[in-house]
Design a protein around this ligand. Structure first.
Ligand code: ZN
Length: 480
């Protein structure tokens, strides 16, 4: 029994073996004879960048040694504008058999986004101040505006901006902060930069403001060099200084002229609450409108005229006809001519005197020195000439007038408001107010301030008058 069983088993193995060989042979024959062979040309997986052109290398196919590549059908498309994985199928059908090979094409984005900073990449900041974000934008070639994805990291001396797009590309930019303060404070004087005080009078400091770019208002830190001693006649320079925390220093000066008391000037009567508006260096293209305003307000003034063009003579005539004082200033108004010598001064004065006489029929006796009696410019041409002239003109019967209020329209006054303030802030009921103004060409700031100055004076109990031979002389100290 055992022997028989063994025989049966051996036989079975043989049958299985032969069947296997036969089937394999059939499979081999069928596959080589009837199933096409397809193989890809180039790699099975391809990676391209956005916008890069995808060129398909294709596939080849054979059957029984015959090239049947032409029968391959290719399907699938690559969109190089869109990231992702695409499949290209190469399919061939022969009889009962269909063969498909697939290639994977991946479109990737490897371009970094970009961050654009508003403002500079290197900024200066006050040491004490906190950085306030100036702004930025982030753009990605694929994701578009990704500003909201920016990560901002702020440190003492820098701000770092980082952004990553959806494909993982990262961009970083830094803004550097330098902690510095190299800017001086701005020190501004209230009131005029030149102030006239009478001897033994009271000097009231008009004040000042100091503003610093980093420290803010530091007016309280201003130091003032000296007090004004009104017992001493002459110019006293006050120096104002201020430093910010970092030691940047600003300084300004103010000139205080201490003059002789008007009441002590001989042959004069002290006139309180009077305002004498005086206009130098005209006539010009603004004179006519100034006269219109004076006429409208019913106010008289004094014009210290120069040797302007003959075509403007009618304005001098009009000044006289409308009740103002036509007074003499200079024919040339050139310091190097006028103050060359005593003779050249009087030559110049006679010229303007003759011109005015021709126009109004009389030669004025009221005069003003170019630059005023206190001028220092004359020292360049003739030492001591003002000391001589100020006495000599009086001896020749002239009355000369300086001023005790300067509207500063020939100096620092920037606009009509400053002209206005320079006048009204310095008016006093306890003096004869002689106001220096100019009607030289294009002096619109004075023209524009005039009406309000007059209104202020009238509203505050002042009387406007034109200078005449009884007006108290208002004179500066003579320095040359
Ligand atoms: Zn002048």
């Amino acid at each position: 029994m055992k022997k028989v069983k063994k025989k049966v088993n051996k036989k079975g193995i043989w049958i299985i073996f032969i069947a296997f060989v036969v089937i394999s042979l059939i499979v081999f024959l069928v596959s080589t004879l009837f199933i096409p062979k397809v193989s890809l040309i180039g790699p099975k997986e391809v990676v391209i960048k956005l916008d890069e052109e995808y060129i398909d290398k294709g596939a080849k196919a054979t059957l029984r040694g015959k090239n049947i590549t032409k029968e391959i059908k290719i399907s699938g498309k690559v969109n190089n504008q869109k990231i992702g994985i695409y499949e290209i199928d190469y399919q061939i059908k022969k009889g009962l058999f269909t063969v498909i090979k697939t290639r994977k094409v991946e479109v990737i984005d490897d371009v970094k986004p970009e961050i654009v900073l508003k403002g500079d990449t290197k900024i200066n900041l006050c040491p004490s101040k906190e950085y306030e974000e100036i702004g930025y934008t982030a753009l990605d070639n694929y994701d578009g505006d990704i500003t909201d994805k920016v990560v901002v990291k702020q440190e003492e001396n820098s701000v770092t901006y980082t952004v990553t797009d959806k494909s993982g590309n990262t961009f970083t930019i830094k803004r550097e902060i330098e902690r510095v303060d190299n800017e001086k404070p701005v020190l501004t004087l209230k009131g005029n930069s030149t102030i006239y005080v009478e001897q033994d009078g009271v000097y009231n400091e008009p004040g000042y403001t100091a503003l610093d770019n980093c420290d803010g208002d530091i007016s309280n830190n201003v130091t003032v060099s000296s007090k004004v001693d009104t017992s001493k006649i002459g110019n006293q320079v006050i120096t104002y200084k201020v430093k910010d925390i970092k030691g940047n220093e600003a300084s300004v000066t103010r000139n205080v002229y201490v003059n002789h008391k008007q009441a002590t000037i001989p042959n004069t009567v002290y006139k309180n609450s009077m305002i004498y508006l005086t206009f130098d260096d005209g006539p010009s293209n603004v004179t006519s409108q100034i006269l219109d305003i004076l006429k409208e307000k019913g106010v008289k003034a004094t014009f210290f005229v120069i040797g302007a063009s003959d075509s403007l003579d009618y304005l001098i005539k009009r000044e006289k006809d409308e009740g103002h004082t036509v007074a003499l200033h200079s024919y040339t108004h050139r310091y190097e001519v006028v103050y060359q010598s005593v003779d050249s001064y009087f030559d110049d004065l006679n010229k303007i005197s003759n011109k005015v006489e021709k126009i109004i029929g009389e030669s004025p006796k009221i005069i003003r020195f170019p630059g005023g009696g206190s001028n220092l410019v004359s020292t360049n041409y003739s030492k001591g000439i003002m000391t001589i002239l100020t006495n000599e003109v009086l001896a020749r019967g002239y009355h000369y007038f300086d001023w005790n209020i300067d509207c500063n329209d020939a100096g620092g006054a920037k606009d009509r408001n400053e002209v206005y303030n320079n006048v009204v802030n310095n008016l006093s009921h306890n003096k004869t107010n002689v106001v220096l103004m100019h009607d030289f060409a294009n002096n619109y700031k004075t023209l524009e301030a005039l009406s309000d100055i007059i209104d202020y004076g009238l509203a505050n109990g002042y009387t406007f008058a034109n200078i005449d031979m009884s007006t108290p002389l208002v004179r500066h100290r003579v320095f040359n």
